[in-house]
Design a protein around this ligand. Structure first.
Ligand code: THG
Length: 369
């Protein structure tokens, strides 16, 4: 899209790993949580292929933590999340959508329960810190809310477990999906979780001292050669193939978790949370639009820079929110928020690309070959 450099500053933050990232073949950045997020190291296609075969090291410092700490930390976490965190256990991660009073999605963090009185909300791209600070004041809670010095580094790909065992010891192998443990690295304790924003499997290391970023990167890099370790980043093709939704792109405050198909992470009957009444009403009444998969005919599409209209019988019936050509599926894949009448597997729609209309078939997730 744009060919001009982006300049980091105190406001537009570099990360503890930026120096290594830039020295190892970075070819693109985006901005996420006021911070630099790599988008490619060569091409999306070659990055994607490598991610599916080997292992990559990802600077995902942009996954900032909102820490809730103190006697009312648990109460605040439960009030914030549509996912029932009332019986959250230390050592577990929870994908936990956060909604406003209308049920609109404010963020879709991974919540880590560090202790009964200590949570990290590992956030997507919106200022959830401000919402949490406001709620703490408004609800008169005894809780500290702040962004700690924590910068996650992800190790993703089928060989991630081998590399991680070499660096952190055999015990990482026993870590189950969406669990975390404390591991000793150079005499300090680090949270390591089995998680990450790809479907290839892997880990996230929550480094809690930015002055140690280069050391951590180098320690992992030094063990990488046998596994063909390369730098990487959340990959636009792989995440679409895998059905991972991006806040701000595929869902916004205009959408509810039910409309996005995140029903399994919404508990309407177990706990009180902000947005529950609206979501209950919507569940009762039925949704009027839904995020669906699309297979789009025609020449390979580049990553979508702006949403496109979806049409049927000459009427606008929705919006394409993400799309790209998938080499593995040998077709263009995308997500679209569609009026409910068209949000049905097998339904035929068109996508408006400037003057051109492209035919597309609606499907559900996950995409199947
Ligand atoms: N890791 C961490 N923080 C994050 C992300 C992450 N913050 C921003 C963003 N990603 C939040 N969004 C998601 C979306 C999906 C998942 C994780 C974070 C995810 N989903 C699993 C899946 O779809 O297979 C299922 C999760 C579950 O079953 O509970 O992993 O990636 N630290």
């Amino acid at each position: 899209m744009q060919k001009f450099p982006i300049h980091a500053s105190r406001r537009l933050r570099a990360t503890p790993y930026t120096e290594r990232v830039e020295a190892s073949g970075l070819t693109g950045y985006t901005i996420y949580n006021h911070m630099l997020l790599p988008t490619s190291f060569g091409s999306l296609e070659s990055d994607c292929q490598h991610l599916k075969e080997f292992v990559q090291i990802w600077d995902v410092s942009v996954e900032r933590q909102v820490e809730l700490r103190g006697p009312d930390a648990h109460k605040l976490a439960v009030m914030m999340s549509a996912r029932d965190l009332s019986s959250a256990e230390p050592g577990r991660c929870y994908y936990a959508p956060v909604t406003d009073r209308n049920g609109g999605i404010l963020n879709d963090p991974v919540a880590l329960c560090l202790a009964p009185d200590r949570y990290w909300l590992s956030i997507a791209d919106s200022d959830l810190l401000l919402w949490a600070l406001g709620l703490a004041v408004g609800m008169n809670l005894d809780v500290e809310v702040f962004e700690p010095d924590v910068s996650p580094l992800a190790i993703q790909g089928p060989l991630a477990v081998e590399l991680m065992a070499d660096v952190f010891g055999e015990e990482v192998r026993s870590l189950r999906f969406f669990r975390f443990k404390w591991f000793v690295w150079r005499g300090r304790n680090l949270v390591i979780a089995r998680s990450g924003w790809s479907k290839q499997g892997g880990f996230e290391i929550y480094l809690d001292d930015n002055s140690l970023g280069i050391q951590l990167w180098d320690d992992i890099w030094a063990k990488g050669a046998p596994y063909n370790l390369k730098p990487g980043c959340p990959n636009y093709i792989e995440r679409i193939e895998g059905g991972l939704f991006s806040l701000g792109n595929d869902m916004t405050r205009e959408d509810t978790p039910l409309e996005v198909g995140l029903d399994q992470y919404v508990n309407l009957d177990s706990h009180d949370f902000i947005g529950r009444e609206a979501l209950r009403a919507q569940a009762k009444q039925g949704i009027s639009k839904k995020l669906m998969g699309l297979r789009i005919d025609g020449a390979p599409l580049p990553p979508l820079a702006m949403p496109k209209d979806c049409m049927a019988d000459g009427q606008r019936i929705g919006m394409l929110t993400s799309a790209v050509f998938s080499p593995e599926f040998d077709t263009n894949l995308g997500f679209a928020m569609l009026d409910i009448a068209h949000a049905e597997t097998g339904s035929e729609v068109q996508v408006q690309y400037e003057a051109q209309l492209r035919n597309a078939q609606v499907c559900s997730f996950p995409f199947t070959r």
